[in-house]
Design a protein around this ligand. Structure first.
Ligand code: ATP
Length: 420
């Protein structure tokens, strides 16, 4: 068995897409008489700054002899958009079954999803493991390629995506997809197939808006179900279709952490207490401080749409688990769990005689009604009308990161409030 893995072939402006390169590679393996067992679409650390979009790397598991696939891998890199200096493709060929690749590659895979890796270190790992490589430019894609090669051993949880590709002469033009057929197929297959549409925003999220070759990508828990949904969508003609096994929708990027030790460039699950009422700033971004072993700003940015209403419903004193990537000292919320909701708040007392709000009687002197002469020792507790319950809340499909796990997939430790 041979594992061929490839990354960093596309360009933000010029199009292309590493999934397409891998699909073509799988076709070439078959044309050369080989059998493809599976193709992995592996999402790596979403915090990587030089990613084009979703930080994807790909691996093809096949039965061609390794030495025959090296030329195919090299040829695949010729499809890369290397005219863009930010595209630096790399591919690796491992002469082993996917579950027998060297430990070091599984380790690169685990780390590439959660940390920022250094190209020289990964090159050294590949060289020690005796892995064949091909590259263009400065070869940064070797990081993702090494991770994709180790992914089968590194991860246990998998989902599927059926990607349909456009005819080449249509790349870059507006996509013709019948949105009603997308919504109908998505409704019938939900929740086994998820993140196809955002029902509240009325958006077919499975259809990209970039100049890439993808017409639509259908994600879900079952390979047959995602393919069936893809086949039901009415659209311009589909040039090719390929189903990938992927770590999308698994939260593989999240690690348990503490507020004081959370670092930029990593994504966490952090327990803490909301330290002040969430504040909506210019542009519609919502912020609040989370307190625990330290203090960390949490943010729900404007593109997270209605999720911001859930965040705005939080109150000082709520105990939550916040999940997301830390960047510039701010946790960008992807989901959160309300663990304990405060039910009362302390307010300035009203005068028992006239009902008007009392005034402070001075430092530590309580409150007084100047008109009636009544006084009170301090603030009083008042029940809060809460618009949020215990359990998990998430960004809507339109704002979901590829790797983030939709609540509808289950396996969470509290009740869930899925967005669809
Ligand atoms: P697409 O998925 O649309 O093909 P992309 O968003 O995957 O594009 P790339 O063009 O592949 O982006 O760029 C990501 C680059 O970052 C690659 O060169 C990859 O090797 C590298 N990379 C991936 N994970 C890490 C990591 N954890 N640390 C450092 N570099 C990484």
């Amino acid at each position: 068995m041979t594992v061929i893995a490839v990354d960093d072939t596309d360009s933000r402006e010029r199009g292309m897409c590493t999934t397409y390169v891998a699909t073509r590679l799988a076709e070439q393996v078959r044309e050369a008489g080989g059998t493809v067992d599976r193709t992995l679409l592996v999402r790596l650390n979403p915090a990587v700054e030089h990613k084009t979009r979703g930080n994807a790397a790909l691996a093809v598991h096949c039965d061609l002899p390794a030495e025959r696939t090296l030329a195919l891998a090299d040829n695949a890199l010729d499809h890369a958009e290397t005219a863009d200096p930010r595209t630096n493709p790399g591919a690796v060929v491992v002469d082993a079954a996917p579950d027998a690749v060297p430990d070091a590659l599984a380790d690169v895979a685990r780390r590439a999803v959660r940390e920022l890796l250094d190209l020289d270190t990964v090159r050294e790992t590949l060289s020690v493991a005796g892995v064949e490589t091909v590259e263009r430019g400065m070869g940064r894609g070797l990081i993702g390629a090494a991770a994709a090669a180790g992914a089968h051993r590194a991860f246990e949880e998998w989902t599927y995506e059926c990607i349909s590709y456009r005819e080449r002469d249509r790349w870059g033009s507006d996509r013709e997809v019948d949105v009603d057929s997308v919504f109908a197929a998505a409704d019938d297959a939900y929740p086994e197939v998820w993140d196809t549409v955002d029902r509240e925003e009325g958006v077919a999220v499975c259809v990209p808006r970039t100049p890439c070759p993808i017409l639509h990508g259908i994600r879900g828990d079952d390979p047959d179900a995602v393919r069936r949904v893809a086949e039901r969508i009415e659209s311009e003609s589909v040039a090719r279709r390929h189903t990938f096994r992927t770590n999308q929708g698994t939260d593989a990027h999240l690690r348990d952490g503490t507020i004081d030790t959370a670092q930029d460039g990593r994504a966490y699950r952090l327990d803490g207490t909301v330290a002040a009422r969430p504040d909506t700033k210019e542009g519609g971004h919502v912020f609040f401080p989370l307190e625990g072993t330290g203090r960390l700003q949490c943010a729900a940015f404007e593109p997270t749409k209605r999720f911001r209403d859930r965040v705005r419903a939080l109150r000082e004193g709520d105990r939550i688990t916040a999940c997301g990537e830390v960047s510039d000292g701010t946790l960008k919320l992807e989901k959160f769990a309300v663990r304990d909701c405060v039910q009362t708040e302390l307010v300035t007392p009203d005068c028992p005689d006239c009902g008007r709000s009392m005034k402070s009687a001075g430092a530590n002197a309580g409150y007084r009604c100047r008109d009636c002469g009544t006084d009170a020792d301090g603030k009083v507790e008042q029940p809060l009308d809460r618009d949020i319950e215990e359990g998990w809340y998430e960004v809507p499909p339109v704002a979901r990161r590829h790797i983030a796990k939709p609540l509808v997939r289950g396996g969470f430790d509290a009740p869930t409030h899925p967005e669809r």
